[in-house]
Design a protein around this ligand. Structure first.
Ligand code: SOE
Length: 387
């Protein structure tokens, strides 16, 4: 049997999602290469050993460099904070390993450019790199892309994109790496804003060319330590506090290359909104709308319908919809984890066919340029900043 040996770095939230994907992909999709969960890397021997046992990895390493040196690893999957992406990804690509790297691609444009150079050199040798903008593989959003590509919307005029969460609303939610600029690069902007920037550019089929932005931090310091639970963790209200060095919320207006205009908002303080990743596009012929909190639905308004027909709800679970035919009977619905499985499937297929996967590191670099332009604009009284 043809196998592809996976080595993964990191085993927290994303590591769990990716482990599930590698395990599930060959059970629901007919793959040209079967992923084997060969090795898991983490700094602490006890923690990585426990994670490997729980998540189903065959062996462990406590240094990612060792993972990359291993001859029985073909693909390196990077699920650690952004400050390590560039170093691990470039080393892995230079060692001839395919790379799947979590988003945002890097913490700076300079790092992302280095990663693109490494990815392009590797691709010339048949070694591929992909960035984990997983939402692209949520069936309703993949369907949105298909509709736009088919011309159903006509030229796009407006893009409205929001990513709303609320897990930082409590000012005693502890400091974690996502609140440390040195580790994460930015806050809401890079963590969740990057997803809507990528999805908007990809679905609209046009890149952003300039932005006017503002960033804000509502809670300046938070308790140090506390247990990491899910995203926010738990911590006491007593004891030392440390500074939050990233944005809590990011907002910007933007222009697209094809003439469309966009409004973007990313925050982890939208009380009551848990994972509301929302997109709305208005074209000359039709509109579509999506909200991840109702992730199996895509809303579609067609101006050619009878007057006042309103938006129709497309339940994106029919066999002809993207990916869904491989899962459950019609209407049974998919969840957050399925997009990661689809990402693993598509990456393996691209590798087997020798075709460049998407989102490429170059596409992720474009997102990184938008993130940087947003930060530059916000630091200069929302001055219009070209990308
Ligand atoms: C945290 O805000 C987070 O886990 C992001 O890091 C993910 O990319 C997103 O899918 C869900 O929210």
């Amino acid at each position: 049997m043809n196998t592809i040996n996976i080595g993964m770095v990191g085993h927290n939230f994303m590591g769990k999602a990716h482990s599930h994907a590698w395990r599930t992909a060959p059970r629901f999709f007919d793959l040209p290469l079967t992923p084997r969960m060969t090795a898991l890397a983490g700094r602490d021997a006890g923690r990585v050993g426990a994670a490997a046992a729980t998540l189903g990895w065959e062996s462990t390493e406590t240094d990612w460099r060792r993972l990359i040196e291993r001859e029985d690893v073909d693909l390196v999957d990077i699920c650690v904070p952004g400050d390590l992406h560039a170093e691990i990804a470039t080393a892995a690509l230079e060692a001839g390993k395919h790379v799947l790297c979590e988003k945002p691609l890097a913490n700076t444009v300079a790092e992302a450019e280095r990663m693109v150079a490494a990815a392009e050199a590797a691709q010339a040798r048949g070694v591929f790199a992909m960035c984990g903008f997983s939402y692209r593989r949520t069936p309703a959003l993949t369907l949105a892309k298909r509709l736009v590509d088919s011309g159903a919307l006509g030229p796009i005029r407006h893009v409205r994109a929001q990513y709303l969460q609320d897990w930082l609303t409590d000012e005693n939610t502890p400091l974690t790496w996502r609140l440390d600029k040195d580790k994460s690069g930015s806050g809401s902007l890079g963590d969740i804003g990057a997803h809507i920037i990528d999805a908007a550019q990809w679905i609209a089929g046009s890149d952003l060319t300039g932005v006017s932005a503002l960033l804000t931090t509502f809670v300046a310091d938070r308790p140090i330590g506390g247990d990491f639970v899910g995203l926010g963790g738990t911590g006491g209200t007593d004891g030392p506090r440390g500074p939050v060095t990233v944005d809590d919320a990011a907002m910007f207006t933007a222009r697209f290359a094809d003439g469309a205009v966009g409004v973007f908002e990313a925050t982890r303080f939208a009380l009551g909104r848990k994972n509301a990743m929302r997109l709305e596009l208005n074209g000359s012929k039709a509109s579509l709308a999506f909200d991840f909190e109702d992730m199996n639905a895509l809303w579609f308004y067609d101006a050619a319908d009878e007057p006042n027909a309103g938006f129709r709800r497309i339940q994106a679970t029919e066999p002809e919809h993207p990916y869904t035919g491989n899962w459950w009977p019609v209407g049974h619905g998919l969840g957050y984890e399925h997009a990661f499985t689809h990402q693993a499937v598509d990456f393996i297929e691209a590798i087997a066919q020798g075709q460049a996967p998407s989102p490429s590191f170059a596409e992720a670099l474009q997102v990184q340029r938008v993130l940087e332009a947003v930060a530059t604009s916000a630091a200069d009284e929302s001055r219009w900043t070209a990308i």
